[in-house]
Every structure is written in structure tokens, then in C-alpha cells.
Design a binder for this molecule. Structure first.
Ligand code: PLP
Length: 369
């Protein structure tokens, strides 16, 4: 029986995307080489940039984190200093990378229910001129909030800093203009809003900034510059490529076009979110974030204040009905998360809301808003 994934990844994908991965594919096959080229170009187009304007796509085998770590470990020089803006688990993941790779770094932490405040960043940068790079999460999947990358990018550009954005859970599900947001490195992966199968991350980079990474890597397999050089010179990967997930991704990109591109996909995700919001509100659930900072990718709902509510049991009963939701990841508050992204449609969300209502009745949990 088909499970529907209301998670931040892995996500539900279309049957045709999975079918595109059925045929064995040699890494030197002309079809595969063309697929790499198509994917690298199409991703630039989705980010509203081009090779002619000096942007490049680098594909990195592995999950999304491999892409972020490839950037973080490859571009910060010995005399550079990285500023990490953190308001959730994914910001903290970048901090861990900086620690492991022994990078000179500083962290500004904001509360999990607050956005990274541009004014604080501006002030900090003006007082700390030795900062060279700034890293920020766009859609902080821990909570579902959207950080103001457009403003922070403007501040970084004015101060001459390199801006790195983890747009893992948002790229493809919301318009991001890489040039006008002054982003030098944007990272996302095959199995988020583009709706491919898992297998690789991709980095959209400004070529000039990418070229400064030459010889700076702290890892062989995650060397962003060498990975790019390989793709650029031979058109191939340095090590075994994720052939089948690339074939599925090509299909996913074509399906994104057929849907009407990013604006149409964003509209579907927003519709999913609106069905979810009104449905769970009617059942008495409260959300963790203020609506002004909440994005349309994933939502955190507080555990109902009722002794009969047990998340494990709630999750199990939903899963038995083939709905997969996601536990919370907040440091101080108990919440669960429901994603709106992937091959899910408003009628699927409606069915999820109905199932949640039934389960609340079975578990004899009444919530009064
Ligand atoms: C999903 C996600 C990642 C990457 O997670 P992987 O499990 O490595 O694919 C990184 N950052 C954010 C904000 C995410 O949502």
C-alpha cells in the first residue's frame, strides 16, 4: 500500500520519476553525460542565473548535508573567518562542520522561534571586519520558518562578505533569485522540492568565489573545486556517480516544467499548507511559530495539552493508515511536524486531516482551542 510522506525528506515522488531510474546506465554513456549537462543548466535557470553571468552548478554525491559540508570544508581559507547564523538544528549542523574541520568561526544564535535578524547581522559585521564568509539557512526545517536571505544577502554584499545559503528544503518550492539575493553558494538536494529521488546534493555557485576554493579543501571526496573541475573538463564525476538518481532527477525537472515551474509548485505547496492549517486548527491544534515568519514548506504543531496524547501512538496509528508525519526537533518544546512538499496534493492533505481527526477520537483526546 502506498505511503504518503508528509516529511521534510525523503519525500513522496511520482511513479514516472521512479520509473526513470529503472534502466542501468553507464557513467560514460552519452545519454548520461547529456543528462549531467541538462541538470546543471536547468538548475541555473531555476535559480535565475546562467553560465554567461558567471554561475556554475556542482553536483555532489550523497545526501543534502554532503553538499553543505562540501562548501563549508572547501571554501574557507586558513586566514578566513566564517560567521554562522543559527536558529535551529540545521544552523547547528553547520557549526558542527566548522568544529570538525577546525575552521575559524563565530556563531550568532537566535531563538528557534525568531528569524535571523538582519540588523543584528549588519551591526555584527561592521564591528567584526575580519569575518569573510556568512552562512545562513533559508527554510529552517527544524521549525518551518523562513529566514530573510534577501536582506541578509544585501548586507553581506555591501560589506563584501561571501554569502552561503542552505536552501535545502526551499529551492524549487519558492522563487529564489540567486543574483539579487547576492548568494555566492546555494545548496539544495535531489529529494526536496524538485521531487527527485535521494542520491545527491547540488551547489549553485558564483564561479569567481568557487575558484578561490582551489587547494583549500579539507577532504578528498568533498572537494568542491575538484568536483567542479571534473564535471567541467571531462563532463564526468570523479567517483561513481549517482547515475540512477540523476536519471530520475532529469524526469523530475521535466515534471516541474510541466507543472508550470516554481511558481506553480509554490502555489500547490501553499494550497497544501492552507488545507493543513484550517484542518488542524479546527481540530484544536496550535502552531509553534507566529504566522508572519512561518514558511509554506513544513509546519510545527504543539503537542495537545492532554494526558492521553502520546506521540509514538499517534504516529503509529497514522502510519498504519499510510500517512507518515515527522517528529519535532525543537530543543525546548514538544512538537511534531507536517511537511507540505513532495508529490502530495490538497486532497491528500484533506485525507491526512480526516485521519488525524479519527485518531484523536480513538485516543479520546479532545483539544479545546
Ligand atoms: C533536509 C535538510 C538538509 C539535509 O539533510 P540530509 O538528510 O543530509 O539530506 C539540510 N538542511 C536543511 C535545512 C534541510 O531541510
Amino acid at each position: 500500500m502506498k505511503k504518503l510522506l508528509f516529511t521534510p525528506g525523503p519525500l513522496s515522488t511520482s511513479r514516472t520519476v521512479k520509473e526513470a531510474a529503472l534502466e542501468d546506465m553507464g557513467s560514460r554513456d552519452e545519454t548520461f553525460i547529456q543528462t549531467i549537462r541538462f541538470i546543471r543548466d536547468e538548475l541555473l535557470t531555476l535559480g535565475h542565473v546562467s553560465k554567461a553571468e558567471g554561475y556554475e552548478t556542482v553536483i555532489v554525491q550523497g545526501s543534502g548535508t554532503f553538499g553543505v559540508e562540501s562548501v563549508i570544508s572547501s571554501i574557507i581559507g586558513e586566514n578566513d573567518h566564517l560567521l554562522i547564523l543559527s536558529n535551529g538544528a540545521y544552523g547547528e549542523r553547520i557549526v558542527k562542520m566548522a568544529v570538525i574541520h577546525r575552521l575559524p568561526h563565530t556563531v550568532i544564535r537566535f531563538e528557534e522561534d525568531e528569524i535571523t535578524d538582519p540588523e543584528t547581522v549588519q551591526q555584527f559585521l561592521s564591528q567584526h571586519p575580519h569575518i569573510t564568509h556568512v552562512a545562513c539557512i533559508h527554510s529552517e526545517t527544524t521549525t518551518g520558518l523562513f529566514n530573510p536571505i534577501q536582506k541578509i544577502g544585501g548586507i553581506c554584499a555591501a560589506a563584501g562578505k561571501t554569502f552561503i545559503v542552505d536552501a535545502m528544503s526551499s529551492f524549487g518550492g519558492v522563487e529564489i533569485d540567486i543574483k539579487s539575493a547576492h548568494i555566492q553558494f546555494l545548496v539544495s538536494s535531489s529529494n526536496k522540492c524538485i521531487e527527485g529521488i535521494p542520491g545527491f546534493a547540488f551547489v549553485i555557485a558564483q564561479k569567481d568565489a568557487l575558484q578561490t576554493a582551489k587547494g583549500r579543501a579539507r577532504s578528498l571526496s568533498l572537494d568542491l573545486y575538484e568536483q567542479w573541475l571534473g564535471l567541467e573538463t571531462s563532463g564526468q564525476f570523479r567517483f561513481t556517480p549517482p547515475t540512477l538518481s540523476m536519471m530520475a532527477f532529469r524526469q523530475a525537472l521535466m515534471e516541474l516544467r510541466e507543472e508550470g515551474g516554481i511558481p506553480a509548485r509554490e502555489a500547490r505547496y501553499r494550497q497544501n499548507k492552507s488545507v493543513l492549517d484550517s484542518g488542524l486548527d479546527a481540530l484544536g491544534f496550535s502552531q509553534y511559530l507566529r504566522p508572519e515568519i512561518q514558511g509554506h514548506i513544513i509546519t510545527s504543531f504543539l503537542y495537545p495539552d492532554h494526558p492521553g496524547f502520546q506521540f509514538e501512538e499517534f504516529y503509529r496509528r497514522l502510519s498504519e493508515r499510510n500517512f507518515v508525519i515527522y517528529p519535532g526537533k525543537l530543543s525546548k518544546t514538544n512538537a511534531f511536524r507536517i511537511g507540505n512538499i513532495g508529490q502530495i496534493f490538497p486532497e491528500d492533505v484533506q485525507a491526512l486531516v480526516r485521519a488525524i481527526g479519527e485518531i484523536m477520537e480513538e485516543m479520546q483526546i479532545t483539544v479545546h482551542p
